[in-house]
Write a protein that binds this ligand. Structure first.
Ligand SMILES: O[C@H]1[C@H](O)[C@@H](O)[C@H](O)[C@@H](O)[C@H]1O
Length: 575
């Protein structure tokens, strides 16, 4: 960005220095003032960072694939496991074992990622992905299948925590938010692939074995690729490998500009060192004397100290509440009941190809995550949630109403063991004079709900790490990831029984109520974090929820940007 000195004297480029000063990447202007380098000036994040993001994102693809494929798998297994049809309990356990083991794995991964490094955790997850996929593919009993799904669950839990962390620790700050959303895009992309594969293999005898087994391939590819990718600079500095960290940063910022890459790298490195020093200082002040403690005891006391810091310090506690609340609502709003059981629901509604119909759910989810990727930094996290959650509520309410007009088979048959596309077909097609109106209304309402979900709740909670200061970022993110999987487990295990006992309308009304609670909570306590430097977020949460303050900063920032653009436009006009 070049600037005419006369213009510079007439009006400073920076409208609100406090806001801009926190940006990672700034450049000294002619008169010693700080001039923000615009994202457009940095160009794109650069090939290196894209390769890193996409390669790490393969785990997201696997997360999406393994959670999405279960929908078609469940309706294709028939009697191939334990030589009998699956019961509601079998289906719920097969589905929920994945989330349960993901729930166990994510906090553990939070600890391992600090001791082993981020990259090694991804490698371990890859091994689990491969073993779990092959295990499922050769399962002959329900218990064997549950074991395979549990192994995959441990992989998914580790990956879902560590991949956003890996990406955010490697990406240049101006691109961090969008690059993290890339991993959400890959999750939803993985779900689309799962549905396509599910549809292709659903009519093939034993095709479900291919559906679950294929997941091994991308994991093996990622395992091979990761050997060539670096550890994150932050972890490298933490374990004393500063020169290696400098080389990695050099490659990350190599594309960042025409000048001063070395200076930029030094600045980032200094900042990382300062943050680590602060972290160690704070830990040192609180540390219980470790004399006489074995390595394991010392480590445990560090973990419990870290935990105390997370819940005792007001700002950290508020960050944890917001992150866990967002992750909890992301799941308790019931979206994954569609992801896991939409094929079952669409067979109930007599759609000719339930698996193909459920593909529309996954595709809508993917398409609207793409829209969110474009708008998340422009509209802001808070606003995107406040606009999109009501869309979900309307979709769910329409669904609930439409289901009331549907004559379903006897309750015990709705989703129970005897339900199959063929035995529910005739009953379900009898509704409202045999027209397709009601099933189509239900499908469209679900698509409305899914589009609202994908715009906001589906991806904003994964921005969780920005809420925490560095010292508690890993633990805080791990706990909110665990909240995600805990709530996912609850939805997976309860959806079919709720459909059976309460009926579909009441089930969807229940999810709408959760969405209402999510909206009210976001409105009350979630400050706008888009565009803030990581340290600003901590500052905003220090004295309270900081909603009003964050909105003031957000508006000032937008006014500042508008002003900058106007000045630039005028400068161009004067030339
Ligand atoms: O962000 C993802 C995405 O929205 C997926 O579609 C969903 O299945 C996951 O549970 C969620 O964490």
């Amino acid at each position: 960005m070049t600037r005419d000195p006369a213009d510079a004297a007439a009006q400073p480029l920076i409208a609100n220095e406090d806001v801009y000063a926190e940006h990672d990447i700034v450049r000294e202007g002619a008169e010693g003032e700080y001039v923000e380098i615009e994202e457009s000036e940095l160009g794109s994040p650069g090939a290196f960072i894209w390769v890193l993001t996409v390669c790490a994102g393969i785990s997201g693809l696997l997360f999406g694939y393994d959670t999405g494929v279960i929908s078609s798998t469940l309706i294709s297994i028939n009697t191939s496991l334990s030589a009998r049809p699956l019961t509601t309990l079998d289906k719920s356990l097969i589905t929920s074992s994945t989330s349960f083991f993901a729930l166990l794995a994510s906090p553990l991964t939070g600890l391992l990622a600090d001791s082993m490094g981020r990259k090694r955790v991804i490698l371990v997850a890859d091994i689990l992905f491969v073993v779990g996929a092959l295990w499922q593919a050769q399962a002959t009993t329900v218990a064997g299948m549950i074991a395979g799904r549990s192994i995959v669950g441990a992989a998914v839990g580790s990956a879902s925590f560590v991949v956003p962390l890996y990406i955010s620790e490697l990406s240049p700050s101006p691109f961090r938010g969008r690059l993290v959303t890339v991993s959400s895009l890959l999750i939803t992309g993985g779900q689309v692939v799962a549905y396509v594969i599910g549809w292709l293999f659903s009519t093939m005898p034993g095709g479900w074995r291919w559906m679950v087994g294929i997941g091994a391939a991308p994991a093996a590819v990622q395992f091979a690729m990761l050997w060539f990718l670096p550890e994150t600079p932050r972890w490298l500095v933490k374990v004393g490998r500063k020169e290696q960290a400098r080389r990695v940063l050099g490659r990350v910022y190599g594309s960042a500009g025409d000048e001063g890459v070395g200076r930029l790298v030094d600045r980032v490195l200094r900042k990382v060192e300062m943050e680590i020093a602060e972290e160690e200082d704070a830990a040192g002040q609180r540390a219980v004397p470790e004399e006489g403690k074995t390595g394991l005891k010392a480590r445990w006391s560090r973990v419990s100290d870290n935990f105390a810091q997370l819940v005792d310090v007001g700002g950290n506690r508020r960050a944890l509440i917001i992150a866990c609340m967002l992750q909890g609502f992301q799941q308790l709003c019931g979206f994954n009941s569609l992801m896991y059981f939409s094929a079952t629901i669409f067979s109930l509604l007599s759609f000719d190809s339930p698996t193909l119909t459920s593909l529309s759910i996954a595709l809508t989810n993917f398409a609207f995550t793409l829209v969110a990727f474009y708008y998340i930094d422009r509209v802001g996290r808070r606003r995107i949630l406040l606009y999109s959650i009501p869309v979900m509520i309307v979709g769910l309410a329409l669904c609930a109403v439409a289901f009331r007009f549907l004559e379903l088979p006897a309750r015990s048959h709705v989703v129970g063991s005897s339900t199959s596309p063929t035995d529910i077909g005739p009953d379900a097609s009898n509704q409202v004079g045999g027209t397709r109106f009601i099933p189509l209304t239900i499908l469209l309402s679900m698509l409305l709900y899914v589009s609202g979900y994908a715009l906001g709740l589906g991806n904003v909670p994964w921005q969780q790490s920005e809420l925490f200061p560095l010292s508690v970022r890993s633990l805080g993110s791990a706990l909110s990831t665990a909240t995600n999987w805990g709530s996912n487990f609850i939805v997976g295990i309860s959806f079919l029984p709720m459909m059976e006992k309460m009926g579909p309308s009441a089930t969807f009304v229940g999810y709408a109520v959760v969405c209402g609670a999510a909206w009210a909570t976001v409105y009350g306590i979630y400050p706008e974090t888009a565009g803030l430097g990581l340290e600003d977020v901590g500052g905003i949460l220090r004295g309270g929820w900081g909603v009003a303050e964050s909105l003031r900063v957000w508006r000032a920032r937008r006014r500042g940007r508008g002003q900058d653009e106007r000045i630039r436009g005028e400068a161009r006009g004067n030339r």
